[in-house]
Write a protein that binds this ligand. Structure first.
Ligand code: FES
Length: 164
């Protein structure tokens, strides 16, 4: 299989049943992407595929051949943290940090969805009520990423500062 991962073309041999998550972690050593539930419920495994966020535990790697995949290892550039990574530090958007790679990738993908006017459940409700998009919207759009430490306030503050 061939992928572009964090800007680098990579060829890798793997069992055709390998999930994208296991391919990244076990075959390629991108262990920044975390395995939590392994069934699409926690968001720890979120990566970006051509800029769109997916749960890599639910994806067969073979489905994404030829696509551009970004993991948390690919967010910083030229020795500088991504602005969202910096904001997570400044707002203490984590405690243990296990969910952080998924939170970061998910938030970046989320902003792409907002920019493409992909509605969320809350967006539809707010639009119906003519209420401006706000923190409720952000929290709803990030609801697929769980934080067992409960650092949600810091996460929302960080995303609000860096991306919204
Ligand atoms: Fe993929 Fe939990 S490990 S959603």
């Amino acid at each position: 299989m061939r992928f572009t991962i964090n800007g680098e073309d990579i060829d890798v041999k793997a069992d055709i049943r390998t999930s994208l998550l296991d391919l990244l972690r076990n075959n390629l050593g991108f262990t920044g992407t975390k395995k939590g539930c392994d069934q699409g419920a926690c968001g720890a495994c979120t990566v970006l595929v051509d800029g769109e966020r997916i749960n890599s535990c639910l994806a067969l790697a073979v489905q994404y051949q030829g696509r551009s995949i970004t993991t948390v290892e690919g967010l910083a550039s030229n020795g500088n943290l991504h602005p969202l990574q910096q904001a997570f530090i400044e707002h203490e958007g984590f405690q243990c940090g296990y969910c952080t790679p998924g939170q970061l990738c998910s938030a970046i993908g989320m902003m792409g969805e907002v920019n493409r006017n992909v509605p969320s459940v809350v967006t539809k409700q707010l639009m119906a009520a003519s209420v401006a998009l706000d923190e409720i919207e952000l929290r709803e759009r990030m609801s697929g990423n769980l934080c067992r430490c409960g650092a949600y306030n810091g996460i929302v503050d960080a995303i609000s500062q860096a991306l919204v």
